[in-house]
Design a protein around this ligand. Structure first.
Ligand SMILES: *[C@@H]1O[C@H](CO)[C@@H](O)[C@H](O)[C@H]1NC(C)=O
Ligand SMILES: *[C@@H]1O[C@H](CO)[C@@H](O)[C@H](O)[C@H]1NC(C)=O
Ligand SMILES: *[C@@H]1O[C@H](CO)[C@@H](O)[C@H](O)[C@H]1NC(C)=O
Length: 310
């Protein structure tokens, strides 16, 4: 009887995956540009932390320019990684180098049945294509400050990310200007389909066209692994209030943003990694740092870090 019960429990666990109601997601830092260098060597926009918290996770910063041991340790302590948007090089930056280590760890973990989600937003999405191919396949687009509905691609219904969309979320995503685009680079569906390394690992879930009618890939999903990329920014509607921007803050855009946050955190709950001790977990959380609120017209809210003080 006990044995039968144990077998049943194992079957449930193995089939449904780990269930972790205290997930922690790591958000990767990137180098600051010369304009904000004096605040710190690297930064992470606060919106990404708030976004994962909105989905029911806690968040930790992941630093760049660290050794393999640091990344191995943080990887084994957290339940997912978010590669945020920004403006650094997707092949040569410290952001890209750290991401490559995390990406390899995630692929290896998932191959071994250790479910570990990765999500890339905007630059992070572009980064995922570079990590999979070792190439920069980006071309130029005119899609800064552009709100769009998604053009769902064939097969999106079989995807994890969009296959079970609630009716209202599907309606908003397919008909309303609820996805926030802020990019002057992107990948065309043609360039994507020509890359064997991309089609081997990812399927396209949606496309869009920029102001000039040039088509770009707007959502991808890992075929075999829980890896997701959006060229659009699900974290912006709730948290970015720059008055020069055209961000849709209406209830439908917020609903879509919350769906995406819930989805990512839902994936992280399937992972059982944790910090060695509660103290170590507490020390890693973003709550240990203070953001800088830029009271200029950008109203950006950012965390800065220096290489030397970490
Ligand atoms: C980084 O170092 C610079 C120069 O010393 C300093 O002005 C800045 O406040 C530091 N930033 C952080 C986040 O510690
Ligand atoms: C949606 O994508 C398909 C496939 O690329 C394309 O044929 C169609 O014109 C697109 N629709 C819109 C509204 O962009
Ligand atoms: C969405 O935005 C585009 C581009 O700004 C605009 O042309 C279009 O009318 C908007 N659509 C809706 C449904 O608001």
């Amino acid at each position: 009887m006990i044995l039968q019960y144990a077998v049943l429990v194992c079957l449930i666990c193995c089939t449904w995956g780990y269930h972790n109601d205290r997930p922690i997601i790591g958000v990767l830092a990137q180098e600051t540009d010369s304009e904000s260098k004096h605040y710190g060597d690297t930064f992470i926009p606060a919106a990404y932390f708030k976004y994962v918290e909105m989905g029911g996770a806690r968040a930790v910063p992941i630093f760049v320019k660290k050794g393999q041991a640091y990344y191995d340790h943080i990887f084994s302590s957290i339940n997912g990684v978010l590669f945020p948007g920004g403006g650094v090089n997707i092949l040569t930056s410290e952001y890209a180098k750290a991401a490559q280590i995390l990406y390899r760890s995630a692929i290896k973990a998932n191959q071994n049945g250790d479910y570990f989600p990765l999500w890339g937003t905007c630059l992070g999405f572009q980064l995922l294509t570079a990590l999979a191919t070792g190439k920069d396949l980006m071309t130029e687009f005119d899609a800064e400050n552009l709100m769009l509905p998604l053009n769902f691609s064939d097969g999106y219904k079989d995807s994890r990310l969009y296959g079970n969309l609630p009716d209202d979320v599907f309606h908003y995503l397919s008909k309303e200007n609820v996805t926030t685009n802020y990019h002057h680079y992107g990948i065309t569906p043609t360039d994507f389909q020509f890359s064997v390394d991309l089609t081997k690992y990812f399927r396209i879930l949606s496309t869009n066209v920029d102001r000039n009618g040039k088509e770009f890939v707007s959502t991808i999903e890992g075929i075999n692994y829980p890896i997701y990329g959006t060229q659009w920014h699900p974290e912006k509607p709730n948290f970015i209030w720059n008055i020069q921007d055209n961000i849709n803050h209406g209830p439908d855009a917020i609903r879509v943003a919350q769906y995406a946050a819930n989805f990512l955190v839902g994936e992280a709950r399937k992972n059982g990694h944790r910090f060695d001790t509660i103290q170590e977990e507490i020390d890693a959380l973003i709550e240990n740092y203070s953001p800088v609120y830029h009271r200029d017209s950008t109203f950006a809210d950012r965390y800065y870090f220096n290489y030397t003080s970490l």
